[in-house]
Design a protein around this ligand. Sequence first.
Ligand code: F0G
Length: 458
Amino acid sequence: MSDLPEPFKIKMVERIKLHPREKREALIRQAGYNVFMLKAEDVFIDLLTDSGTSAMSDEQWAGMMATTQAYAGSESYYSLEKAMKDIFGFKYFIPVHQGRAAENILFSTMLFPGSYVPNNMHFDTTEANVLRNKGIPVNLVVEEAYDTQKILPFKGNMDVSKLEAFIKEKTPEKIPLIMVTITNNSAGGQPVSMQNIREVSEIAQKYGIPFFIDACRFAENCFFIKQREEGYQNKSVKEIAREIFSYADGCTFSGKKEALTNIGGMLCTNIEELYEKFKNLAITIEGFITYGGLACRELEAMAIGLYEAIDEEYQAYRHRQIEYLAKLLRDEGVPIVEPPGGHAVYIDAKRFLPHIPPEEFPGQALVVQLYIEAGVRAVEIGSSCFGKVDEKTGKFVPARMELVRLSIPRRTYTDNHLRYVAKSLIKLYKEREQIRGLRRVYAPRLLGHFTAKFEPIN
Ligand code: F0G
């Protein structure tokens, strides 16, 4: 791994402030022990998400200023189309305001009641959009993805034999599309190999099922392929991306991740008939297709940001920074998901807090303690996010993993910030027996974790 420093210098800064501990305790109590309810200004280091939190470049800002603003036919639409054709290579695309808008259009068009959507692993909004359209989301990731300590190069892979057996069992007619999420955000930000994508594509073709990629973190995934998969060392990230997308019929994309913008997304496809349907729905719910529910300048920022995201010096820095945080934690025995992913370091809260059962949300308990201890905001990806309440029995069904994600916003924090985060977590790990679980006192059925309320258990 490269030990070169950041391939940029800082031109503008945002002040951050650490409140005294008593104030942090009061704030998290008022927030119902849910960090989504905190004001951002009350957070010292914000690792809630890598989405919409990137620092944009001077070239992006300059491009935004220079582009025209129009309802129809803005030049930024054509810049983005050019970048999309060059990097993704799909025939058609529709800009949308963010990834979940692309999911909404895709699933509203393709799903029918009782239809299945196999994915390596759905992320929360993807799962919710499938359910909202009366579909059934099914996760068919390789079993090793659930073993946080198992070191494999491509732990995000789809289990292709499970996928084929699933299609045979349910019949292709009940499966309107197959998805693969790169990287697999729900289980550690783990990459999917080119070989796996090719195999999924072959199965999809064999059964005549359209294949879509959730491409939120495609460039990080490509960089992992370059480093880890035989035959790709001498290929550029762009060539790898083009090959990945050549196997798919389309993709959803959140520009808030790897277009290095604060808003934006895309829905792409090669299927003309689908494009026509997507287009009409997009105009109804997002906006005309040359602005996609965005100010035109945002399209320009995405077009420029996509090239910055596939820049290999940038990717090397990005992966080095994630590994830096992972190593600080690993060296002190803090249980993290191994190997670390492309956009975050995930802590295995089941191992960190073995004395807290899933019904008491160990991940959420750790997130809350980290805020109290250090003013650092992480996010739970465990039973608060993916646990279910069985509608028939009313019984709580926990998630398979209890993770805490330390997402690293792109180009935003220095290694010093991350050293502080690691130090705080290591201190908590040494005192872990004192950390208590939480009782959930409120949560809506879909995407409950965003607005859930908790109380400490003493
Ligand atoms: N798919 C994946 C894999 C995601 O990680 C996200 C967002 C989306 C789709 C939806 O995109 O936010 O632009 O609507 N993930 C963010 C996160 C929110 O924190 O991981 P969006």
